[in-house]
Design a protein around this ligand. Structure first.
Ligand SMILES: [Zn+2]
Length: 429
């Protein structure tokens, strides 16, 4: 489908006879979530774009027509000995620059076809996510590295799942250091490329990789810990990665410098709705206050291998995200908390080590990388005592982290006044 559209838009582009001015900022019309819950055309500025036709700028570089295959029986993969070799083996076709097509009207570029609407909106959402992490997250611009290759509508085949290319998904794929926005099939109301919350969630995975995994394509701790029978450390890392991505995506929806609906705990709802998919929206809604860790989930977290645990990282992640959400909202310190979380990813201080450093310290024995240890990275990076206490209480309550593992002699950890909450039944472990 993409090939036909690109051919068609190229022909139209020639007929129009001129290339749009590419110098940032560029005024374009993109699809933005409005207060009535619909994505509608809105004039926005792309501040980081250098090539408006190829949709390339300092934040992202969109590529169309790629083919990526993960097949355990692929000899190319099995012969790969380096991360680069592995990435090259997966990438059966690198694709090419996309070619967006516009109609210029009063200094604003209007997308002239569906894919251009979709791609411009995806770039705009990536730029907003980048802005969120730079401004709220306090991450220096240089730390984001080069523009992220973003495979738009690639053929992505996971032979262990399906011989045909997958659809209806978006992801950050650390092996290729790239985003992938897959073609849609069922999710037609707001395809994932258009859902700003989903794009911000994926961008959060990129930031987690850059900071909490030190930018490794194959994070050391994940790789090492997955090889054990039970992989609690890997399960906890994956759960934190997912939960924090949801909380940051929510934080990004609150940045409404260019209009939009504002803070949205149900940012999945415009894409995931109805009988088949609506449950995803309910399951991930951060504003639900009654989620609790249970004995079965806790046992799975600590005793299963990641390959078996897979899928549950979203359940544990949502417990973490909604606990943090409640603490941030109740104290009115959402942005302070979000910034502390990002500071907790990577910190060489021996007093307040970051998640990356805690993995390194426990890599030989993942049983030491507990929920309490992972949570300690966040807690020690919160300086405000009232916020710290609120976070501690919510984590003791919803994640059932034992109080004595969070309160102790370390003045950077939970204050003695933290007593946990009363929403969840205390698990007797
Ligand atoms: Zn995710």
């Amino acid at each position: 489908m993409l090939r036909t559209v690109i051919a068609a838009t190229a022909a139209l582009g020639l007929a129009a006879g001129c290339a749009p001015d590419s110098t940032a900022p560029v005024k374009v019309s993109a699809l933005v979530l409005s207060s009535n819950g619909q994505y509608v055309p809105q004039e926005v500025e792309l501040k980081t774009i250098s090539d408006i036709v190829g949709l390339k700028g300092t934040v992202a570089d969109l590529q169309g027509g790629a083919r990526i295959v993960i097949d355990p029986n692929d000899p190319d993969l099995n012969n790969a000995t380096t991360p680069e070799g592995y990435a090259n083996a997966l990438l059966k076709n690198r694709g090419r620059d996309v070619s967006a097509n516009y109609i210029s009207q009063g200094g604003v570029l209007w997308p002239a076809d569906f894919h251009t609407w979709n791609m411009v909106t995806a770039y705009y959402s990536l730029e907003r996510a980048y802005d969120y992490f730079r401004v709220v997250g306090n991450i220096p611009a240089a730390d984001f590295k080069e523009p992220v290759t973003t495979y738009y509508f690639p053929e992505f085949v996971l032979t262990e799942v399906d011989k045909d290319p997958l659809s209806d998904n978006a992801m950050y794929f650390s092996v290729l250091e790239s985003f992938m926005v897959l073609p849609f099939d069922q999710l037609q109301r707001a395809p994932l490329a258009i859902n700003a919350g989903v794009i911000a969630h994926e961008y959060a995975h990129r930031v987690f990789n850059l900071k909490a995994y030190g930018g490794q394509q194959f994070p050391d701790a994940l790789t090492t810990w997955q090889m054990a029978g039970a992989s609690p450390g890997a399960n906890i890392l994956k759960s934190f990665d997912e939960g924090l991505a949801d909380y940051h995506a929510y934080g990004a929806t609150c940045q409404t410098t260019q209009g939009g609906k504002g803070c949205d705990t149900r940012f999945f709802s415009t894409s995931f709705h109805g009988n088949t998919y609506g449950q995803i929206t309910e399951d991930r809604d951060l504003a639900r206050v009654d989620r609790c860790m249970d004995v079965s989930l806790l046992n799975q977290l600590y005793n299963q291998n990641l390959s078996v645990f897979s899928g549950n990282e979203y359940r544990v992640g949502t417990l973490l995200a909604s606990a943090l959400y409640q603490a941030g909202e109740a104290t009115g310190q959402r942005d302070v908390l979000l910034r502390a979380i990002i500071a907790s990813y990577n910190d060489e201080s021996t007093v307040t080590p970051g998640l990356f450093q805690l993995q390194r310290m426990t890599i030989a024995d993942q049983s030491r990388f507990t929920l309490a240890v992972a949570a300690s990275a966040i807690i020690t990076h919160i300086t405000d005592l009232r916020l710290k206490e609120a976070v501690c209480n919510e984590l003791m309550d919803h994640l059932q982290i034992p109080r004595d593992q969070l309160v102790g002699n370390d003045p950077n950890m939970c204050p003695p006044s933290s007593a946990g909450g009363t929403t969840c039944p205390r698990l007797n472990l």
